[in-house]
Design a protein around this ligand. Sequence first.
Ligand code: ADE
Ligand code: ZN
Length: 336
Amino acid sequence: MTDFDTFIEGLPKAELHLHIEGSLEPELMFELARRNAVAIPFASVEEVRAAYAFSNLQDFLDIYYAGADVLRTRADFHDLAMAYFTRAARDGVVHAELMFDPQTHTDRGMPFAEVIEGLLSGMRAAEAQFGITSSLILSFLRHLSEEAAFATLEMAEPWLDRIAAVGLDSSEVGHPPSKFARVFAAAREKGLRITAHAGEEGPPEYVQEALDLLKVERLDHGNRALEDEALVARLLSEGMTLTVCPLSNLKLCVVEDLADHPLDRMLALGLRATVNSDDPAYFGGYVADNYRAIAKARGLSREDLVTLARNSFTGSFLPRETVARHVARLEAYAAG
Ligand SMILES: Nc1ncnc2[nH]cnc12
Ligand SMILES: [Zn+2]
């Protein structure tokens, strides 16, 4: 490992864009399939990995939702979360804001309580074992209806003090943020923070809608915002954080090659970009792999990496004082 790799792994960082269901490694998928007597259409871990060749977001989502079917109990969600934190600890993650998709589970008969209590239990165990703090982002599936999103928000009511934010994910094109304006207004009224996927495959207009109608406090992906100069100016003036996912962008063909990735252009423009893994079990890398891959592809400097890590704290939903503490520790690390 080079000094640069060691520097990346040791860099204290927050992960702000991670779908916990997307951290289900094929090995754990097989273990859970066996434990829960669920049939899966693959003979081996290698066969599962070979199936992970995607030409767009929908290709991936089809296999991602199918994979989640092995998750059947509270213990499964605990184990899933702990597997992620165990891996993230090695990558210098000190805080993670986990997205979860309740509808993927409640729609196949799992009680919301089992899902969230399993995750919360894994999050407590990770804090005790690794010192990693975390929070939850309840993500609505945008290919489903507004009514279904409202029902999910209602299910979450008893746990609202343990949910930091709501998000919006799944198939973007054809499901603009405007479809969920009323649900997000209700979530804001309940004191939840707001984020949403926009501009991954969808046009700049979807980013505009996420800002105007959902009132997002940060933007998941946001790549296509770069197509609109006025929108970039607005993101700059609002100090918006973008949760960028380089390996995801490569695997879902948002970019053809990492050498074409716009991350350093975002930084040069002054946008508050961060680096994240999105669905690491499906895209071939956890957060430090993403830092390494994009640093190599775009020739990022140590200073750029420190900026990315700093943005991960300032863009988090943590209280100001906690952010300041993390940033001070990061600056001390960067100073050597
Ligand atoms: N990259 C992504 N975009 C939209 N929805 C998702 N769900 C999980 N990963 C996603
Ligand atoms: Zn995502």
